[in-house]
Ligand binder design. Structure first.
Ligand code: CMC
Length: 427
């Protein structure tokens, strides 16, 4: 782009180039700012700062659009399998059936997890939050698979990717089985990626397992919808940890910890807990709307608002329809779905929410589907992580292949200056 941006400082004019993306987003390239002017930028929470150029995911927060590698999320959620989408995100193109079969078969080859990892999980108390256990187990994968990855070798990269794609669902299923007090199991080489996840989570040791088409196709859709979301908190964490050349498993483990927080992936658990609390309190949605608007009350309407979407989160729109379908097909009537719809309706007509452009996000309805599937509330964020894995991998791979510099923000120091040290006995 030929245009530049001019900055006047100390009576001097500096020019900075503009960078334009393929969806016409424009940014100011300030790489030379400090060298030329001595200034840095200050942007807590990175509300206006791009950390990288990326070819993976595009979202338009104003229009409420989301695309993976140029394909709309609606089309992918409707027509693709989660593994196809994972391949698309990681390798950049939709796979042919041969490529997909090979990917699946390579994942099958890597799907055993060292039995000693079970000892780590066993050492956690039953009540431990599964996200903590998952972060630890994923980090431990590094110890059990210590070979370093040569990022310039396609073969090495592919092997690391297939290894984590294979073992991560086993670990996620194990955290679920731990919560439920069930024996830990493995995936089956006869099943596809998503059917394996369902089987590992729901197969009982004392009966025949019959897969449910409703559950498995809803799971497929939910995983696709969570698969990537450009530079969100956990993905930025994965990229920044990986930028120090830490390994893929260690970087993903850090991403899991970032995802856990209630302002990020932990919101799906927080939504159900909020809806349950409203139900237990007599279903008075107006009372909770008032609390959400009261600046002296820390309560927020969980599952509402988004850093980037200032319109409907397109994922929420799809999940809301899916929630109705799944509950109908399963013959479940969940009163908290009605409470959720009531809250949404009130928020969409309330100036506080309208003025701040606060709409339901991906987490508002997803928990209702997970609950209908029989997944415990504290497992919801693990389900989010399971979906987000291909996105983390794709972003980590892109960052390493582009040989991006180590992530290291600047700051504006506001502390004390030039104090004289006073020895301990004189203070
Ligand atoms: N309930 C009530 N008020 C809210 C909410 C909410 N859920 N979200 C934002 N606001 C208000 C906020 O108080 C502020 O008001 P004011 O301008 O008067 O000070 C204004 O809206 C802007 O909020 P913000 O906190 O500056 O916006 P942000 O971009 O920093 O935060 C957010 C985005 C998602 C953290 C926030 O909307 C939130 O806390 N939502 C609830 C948690 C949630 O559902 N998180 C899941 C996000 S989607 C899944 C994912 O990808 O992680």
């Amino acid at each position: 782009m030929d245009q530049t941006v001019k900055l006047t400082y100390n009576d001097k004019i500096y020019e900075f180039p503009l960078v334009e993306g393929t969806e016409n987003e424009v940014g100011i390239d300030i790489k030379a700012l400090r060298a030329q002017t001595g200034l840095v930028t200050l942007d807590p929470g990175f509300k206006n700062s791009g950390s990288c150029k990326s070819e993976i995911t595009f979202l338009d927060g104003e229009k409420g659009e989301l695309k993976y590698r140029g394909y709309s999320i609606d089309d992918l959620a409707d027509g693709a399998s989660f593994l196809e989408v994972a391949y698309l995100l990681i390798f950049g193109k939709l796979p042919t059936s041969d490529q997909l079969n090979k990917f699946q078969s390579d994942i099958h080859q890597e799907s055993l997890v060292d039995e000693d990892l079970k000892a780590i999980l066993k050492s956690f108390p039953r009540k431990a939050h599964p996200m903590g256990a998952l972060a630890s187990l994923t980090s431990a994968l590094t110890a059990f698979n210590p070979e370093s990855v040569d990022v310039d070798s396609e073969e090495d990269m592919y092997h690391a990717i297939v290894t984590i794609m294979a073992k991560f669902p086993v670990l996620c299923a194990w955290t679920h089985r731990k919560v439920k007090g069930l024996p830990l199991n493995y995936s089956s080489n006869d099943l596809n990626y998503v059917d394996n996840i369902a089987q590992m989570m729901f197969r009982m040791p004392n009966g025949t397992y019959t897969p449910s088409t409703t559950v498995n196709s809803a799971l497929n859709k939910l995983l696709i919808l969570h698969a990537d979301h450009e530079q969100n908190c956990s993905t930025s964490t994965v990229r920044i940890v990986g930028s120090s050349h830490a390994g893929l498993f260690a970087s993903v483990s850090a991403g899991i910890s970032a995802l856990w927080g209630p302002l990020h992936g932990g919101a799906n658990q927080a939504v159900i807990e909020m809806l349950e609390a409203i139900k237990a309190d007599g279903g008075d949605t107006k009372k909770y709307m008032a609390k959400a608007k009261d600046k002296n009350d820390p309560f927020r309407l969980m599952g509402f608002g988004h850093r980037v979407y200032k319109n409907f989160d397109p994922r929420a729109r799809i999940i809301k329809v899916a929630a109705d379908e799944v509950l109908n097909e399963m013959g479940i009537e969940d009163p908290i779905l009605d409470i959720a719809k009531g809250l949404e309706q009130e928020a969409l007509n309330d100036p506080y929410f309208v003025d701040r452009k606060l709409y339901p996000n991906v987490d508002f309805y997803s928990g209702i589907i997970y609950r209908a599937m029989g997944i415990p509330t504290e497992m919801f964020t693990v389900m989010f992580a399971l979906g987000r894995l291909p996105g983390w991998i794709a972003q980590w791979r892109e960052m390493r292949k582009n040989n991006e510099p180590i992530g290291r923000p600047r700051q504006i120091y506001t502390g004390e200056v030039d104090l004289t040290f006073v020895p301990l006995d004189k203070r």
